[in-house]
Design a protein around this ligand. Structure first.
Ligand code: 2BX
Length: 430
């Protein structure tokens, strides 16, 4: 009967390619976690966790109507899960009116790190700004104190660049120029050349990245005097794919030449070591195999390569565990006042505050690595650094921003055999 069921709402990107490549794997991953949580007798004793969900197609309007139906139909929900930055922004901005915590497993927009607009938001997906301390760390490691920025004019990159500029100022790194483009990068790349940019941080989606790379080839902004930072969550051989379909007028060979040696940064979403998670006693490898099993039956993404095909799945899995652990904490707090979570209503602020503070103190080892939130509800995550060496990505190391600890493999290779110089002693064309 309903008395022993705790209901939560979920909004997932399914149709329309799941919003971003891999979005479709989030709902199956969340359901795996529900299975594991409900198989535990010690987590929510006497209760089952039930997820009521629908498809947002990664569209904010559809996401809002899904939220409306979840909230205005019985049974009452205790919390909402959501993906996609656009959907999360809409849902998290409204959810406070029903005292609902919103837990986002697929939202990278820096704009979401704002307790004024989103007082009840938490996310297991790190903000795109998580790359920035890593970029600075690498600039300091290689002595690059004069850098340039090239970005696509999209909200997520605009706010990421603002954060990067602020951090560069603190670190004493000069931004010699910041160029942006809507979809055609030709002029922006030409301006980089005119300003003699050598170390360039590139922020754009993967289709724009291919256009940039071809332009970089054409204008010769690559080779031993240049270092490009690209985003690391594109498909592995992104710079050789879709050239015809996207009418990129460079050959795969030219794209490879321009891409050789570039660095990438990305947030780690799969726990790297073989440790078992503290809660589901699974390694990320075990999780991957279990999820492949489910996906091969469910969606046509079975043919996608793993885990690139769906790197965010661990974030959805760990989001459900975060909910179960937070409810466990809240239950024991409420029990002292003779209450349970079944007493929650959309107008009951004190129980909502208990759920919030339990979520706020989340700390466990999940499939996606250590799960903990900042005071803004942001996921605290490690980042991974790679470099294209002889046409494929090589892992150079990891950075733990919290501990300011860079684990370095010393595998980096520079065209021309030495680190490209870009500091005050060599300001520009001599
Ligand atoms: C790393 C990426 C691809 C960034 O965008 C996220 C989707 C979003 O922010 O809307 C999903 N994960």
């Amino acid at each position: 009967d309903d008395d022993n069921v705790l209901h939560i709402g979920g909004i997932f990107p399914i149709r329309g390619e799941g919003g971003w490549q891999g979005g479709q794997a989030c709902e199956p991953a969340a359901n795996l976690a529900l299975e594991d949580v409900n198989n535990r007798r010690d987590l929510l004793p006497g209760f089952k966790l039930k997820l009521h969900w629908n498809d947002s197609e990664c569209e904010p309007g559809l996401g809002a109507s899904v939220m409306y139906n979840l909230v205005y139909n019985q049974p009452q929900k205790l919390l909402l899960l959501a993906g996609c930055s656009t959907v999360c922004t809409t849902v998290a901005e409204a959810a406070k009116m029903w005292n609902l915590v919103v837990l986002c497993y697929g939202a990278s927009s820096p704009a979401l790190s704002d307790r004024n607009r989103f007082p009840t938001l938490f996310r297991t997906h790190p903000s795109a700004t998580v790359h920035n301390p890593t970029r600075i760390k690498l600039m300091e490691k290689f002595g690059w104190s004069r850098v340039a920025i090239l970005q696509q004019a999209e909200e997520v990159f605009i706010s990421t660049v603002e954060d990067l500029e602020a951090r560069c100022k603190v670190a004493g790194i000069e931004i010699v120029t910041r160029q942006s483009f809507l979809s055609e990068p030709t002029d922006a790349v030409r301006n980089l050349r005119r300003q003699d940019a050598r170390i360039i941080v590139g922020l754009f989606y993967v289709v724009a990245a291919r256009r940039v790379l071809c332009e970089v080839f054409k204008q010769g902004l690559y080779g031993k005097q240049y270092v490009w930072f690209f985003i690391g969550w594109y498909e592995d051989n992104w710079f050789e794919q879709n050239l015809e379909r996207e009418s990129i007028d460079c050959t795969a060979e030219q794209m490879r030449m321009a891409a050789e040696g570039h660095l990438t940064t990305e947030a780690l979403m799969w726990n790297q070591n073989k440790e078992e998670t503290t809660i589901s006693k699974m390694t990320s490898e075990d999780f991957r195999l279990r999820l492949n099993e489910v996906l091969s039956k469910k969606y046509d993404i079975a043919n996608k390569r793993y885990p690139e095909g769906y790197q965010e799945a661990p974030l959805a899995y760990d989001a459900v565990w975060s909910v179960a652990l937070a409810f466990n904490k809240t239950m024991s707090k409420l029990l002292k006042h003779g209450k349970t979570l079944k007493n929650f209503t959309y107008t009951n602020k004190e129980i909502a505050d208990e759920i919030y503070s339990a979520m706020n103190s989340t700390r466990f080892l999940g499939v996606s690595g250590g799960v903990a939130f900042s005071s803004q509800g942001d996921r605290i995550a490690l980042t991974q650094i790679e470099q294209v060496i002889n046409g494929s990505y090589v892992n150079l190391g990891y950075y733990d921003t919290q501990a300011d600890n860079l684990t370095w493999a010393n595998k980096e290779r520079w065209i021309g055999g030495k680190v490209p110089r870009r500091d005050r002693t060599c300001p520009g064309p001599s």
